[in-house]
Design a protein around this ligand. Structure first.
Ligand code: ATP
Ligand code: MG
Length: 647
């Protein structure tokens, strides 16, 4: 059977990069030149970049060791420390007074932490952790709201060689327990509570609950007082963060570790099943965090205020709220709270108040902002913005256009970044001041990244869609799945041996070499012998003026193999005859083959905690099957009932 995916989307709009600014990579010619350097001397080019961009205690002696592929080793022989790269070297360069983190709380309180202050805090936290017996290689679970202490905890782990594993603060005690046990953590760092929709939610009780069973490796809990809520503590086990830090000296010698020393374990969102503990290591990850800040965001640490809205519980928060901006010596903004609190203008208010210049968010947030209405961004001065990014899901061309038109005023580059927890940083993304963009396309692979679309035999697919693969290793690639070598090999390296990394996404390359991500291979529909990606049909639905968001899944159909079931969220009220109108719209946009058999309306779609549509759950609903997914974390439980109703 062919793995080709039929492409049905017609998107011809294209936009030149803004003129008048010299970007970090200033032109397509410069991009081509850098790519050519990689083709001429792959290892040498990576080696040069690693030498220039990172501070080494011991230089590496070998750039890339492929002998044990798919277990690749980068920058062998090198020794370095991540927190030293993110803090000490900037302070040593005279930038100690520069703001490292701007934090805003939901109630509007603001904290600014300079590099000097952040370094002192990180040293104190590292000393406190050492005093609790934490050594290099030990695992530390961080379960916290979006507060600066979370970043301090991450950097403090890296300072002493401990491996952090951040668990998203909205996860349940059960999810937390699973991850603590899988990682074999010795220490949990948490907070009493955090802010959400004007109230304080308690976090610490979840930790107590998680630790009430199993979790035998955990010795201590460090507790940050932040929410002001009363929480029980366990004497001997629980230790107050501020008290512990206050008695520590503000200096702590950073531990130089090997390039391949583990930096963190991060569990994937779990959109496609049991979460995987993705392992990232020191040098390669850090190098790519910094390079992609420069290349894809044109980040200028002296001038930019960078805001990535992702929670640090996700890879995006790791790479682009913490390590990337700090490794560059720039300023990162952290916001703790609901982005639509107290109203749908909050994000734009924060952009205005802090003069955010680079803004990075997810399609799910963009679609929610579209639904809220153009009047919200119109109220604020967004003139400080200069680059707009997106990540997490394919962005529908119409959502892209809204971002470009309403937020970017048709002047700012839209940087659609395709990547995964596993890739550590961006893989396919435009260079904001060099690459012409097309709505819905992540454009071109970054220099050094060898992305391709192939069939199941590994042959390049032209015209149609196929499987997205990476044909060369890259420095920030995952090094494994924690405790499960076999799953690592099976998931990513079985299909094409250890030649190609299999990403699990479908994609198409157009005549200009641009990549169009078509959704996950597992979600591809099979309609009358055509394999159709979900993204293109969803985008056709979203291009209808009444539709805010859409998800498309297959359901068994005797005649066609699979029928198309669409779940739709409207911008306004339901109108009579809308289902028929939407069917006709899809047919006119992309043809009869994509005509939805069943259209259902709801106030929202079921999403994972990272904001991705839960298509597996929707497949069960569409087929009238019993629901097997855990839906306890859904924000709106009534949505399931709505989706089960046919119109
Ligand atoms: P799991 O692997 O456990 O199912 P997940 O894949 O949702 O979880 P992440 O690593 O957070 O976890 O997400 C990566 C995936 O998100 C990509 O494989 C892709 O499907 C999607 N994605 C991310 N960015 C983009 C983008 N810019 N365009 C299209 N898809 C994207
Ligand atoms: Mg994935």
């Amino acid at each position: 059977m062919s793995e080709a995916i039929t492409s049905v989307l017609e998107e011809n709009r294209s936009f030149e990069p803004p003129a008048g600014h010299q970007g970090y990579i200033p032109s397509l010619a410069a991009y081509e030149a850098l790519k050519a350097r990689f083709s001429d001397d792959f290892d040498g080019t990576w080696g040069d970049l690693a030498g220039q961009h990172l501070l080494w205690r011991e230089p590496f002696t070998r750039v890339l060791n492929r002998e044990k592929a798919p277990f690749f080793h980068w920058f062998e022989g090198g020794m370095l420390n991540v927190s030293e790269n993110c803090l000490d070297r900037h302070v040593a360069a005279g930038l100690g007074k520069r703001t490292a983190i701007v934090w805003e709380g939901e109630a509007g309180q603001v904290r600014r932490i300079s590099y000097t202050e952040l370094l002192a805090d990180v040293c104190r936290a590292a000393n406190a952790m050492r005093e609790l017996g934490i050594k290099a290689g030990d695992r530390v679970v961080i379960y916290m709201p979006m507060i600066p202490e979370a970043a301090v905890a991450m950097l403090a782990c890296s300072r002493i060689g401990a491996i952090h594993s951040v668990v998203f603060g909205a996860f349940s005690s059960l999810a937390l327990r699973d991850r603590i046990e899988d990682a074999g953590a010795r220490l949990v760092i948490t907070a009493d509570g955090g802010s959400r929709r004007g109230a304080v939610y308690a976090l610490k009780p979840n930790v107590d609950e998680a630790l009430s069973e199993g979790c035998h490796t955990v010795r201590h809990v460090l507790l940050v007082r932040h929410g002001g809520n009363e929480v029980p503590t366990v004497p001997g086990r629980d230790i107050d963060w501020h008290q512990a830090l206050n008695v520590q000296p503000a200096e702590c010698e950073p531990l130089a570790v090997e390039s391949e020393h583990p930096l963190f374990i991060l569990y994937t969102s779990g959109s496609t099943g049991k979460p995987k503990g993705i392992l990232h290591t020191t040098a390669g990850y850090l190098l790519w965090s910094r390079l992609t800040m420069c290349w894809s965001f044109d980040f200028n640490p002296a001038e930019d205020l960078f805001w990535c809205t992702a929670d640090i519980g996700w890879i995006t928060g790791h790479t682009y709220s913490v390590y990337g901006p700090l490794c560059c010596g720039g300023t990162t903004l952290m916001y703790e709270g609901v982005p639509t609190w107290p109203d749908a203008g909050r994000i734009w208010k924060i952009c205005e108040d802090h003069a955010v210049s680079i803004f990075y968010t997810a399609p799910t947030a963009i679609r929610a902002l579209i639904k809220a209405g153009d009047e919200w961004p119109a109220k604020y001065d967004l003139s400080s913005l200069r680059v707009l990014g997106t990540v997490g899901e394919p962005i529908n061309p119409e959502a892209w256009m809204w971002y470009y038109r309403v937020i970017g005023k048709e002047k700012l580059p839209i940087v659609d970044t395709w990547w995964q927890t596993e890739t550590g940083g961006h893989m396919i993304a435009p260079l904001p001041f060099a690459t012409p963009t097309k709505p819905g396309s992540a454009t071109l692979p970054l220099p050094g990244i060898d992305a391709a679309v192939v069939d199941e035999f590994g042959h390049t697919v032209i015209g149609d869609g196929g499987l997205l693969v990476l044909r060369q290793p890259w420095p920030s690639m995952l090094r494994g799945i924690w405790g499960d070598e076999k799953r690592y090999v099976d998931t990513y390296w079985r299909k094409f041996g250890s030649r190609y990394y299999f990403a699990g996404d479908g994609a198409r390359i157009d005549e200009d070499g641009y990549f169009w991500i078509m959704g996950r291979v597992d979600d591809v529909l099979n309609v009358s012998g055509h394999r159709l990606g979900t993204m293109e049909i969803e985008s056709a639905l979203v291009s209808h003026h009444q539709v805010a968001e859409a998800a498309v899944v297959g359901r068994p159909d005797e005649l066609k193999g699979e029928g198309i079931c669409a779940f739709v969220v409207l911008k306004g009220e339901f109108t009579e005859g809308l289902a028929a109108a939407l069917r006709a719209h899809v047919v006119s946009q992309i043809g009869a083959i994509a005509r939805p058999d069943d259209i259902r309306f709801a106030n929202s779609l079921p999403k994972t905690r990272s904001g991705k549509i839960m298509r597996r759950l929707l497949r069960d609903i569409a087929a009238g099957r019993e629901i097997t997914d855990d839906i306890s974390t859904l924000e709106d439980q009534t949505v399931i009932e709505q989706l089960q109703q046919r119109v």
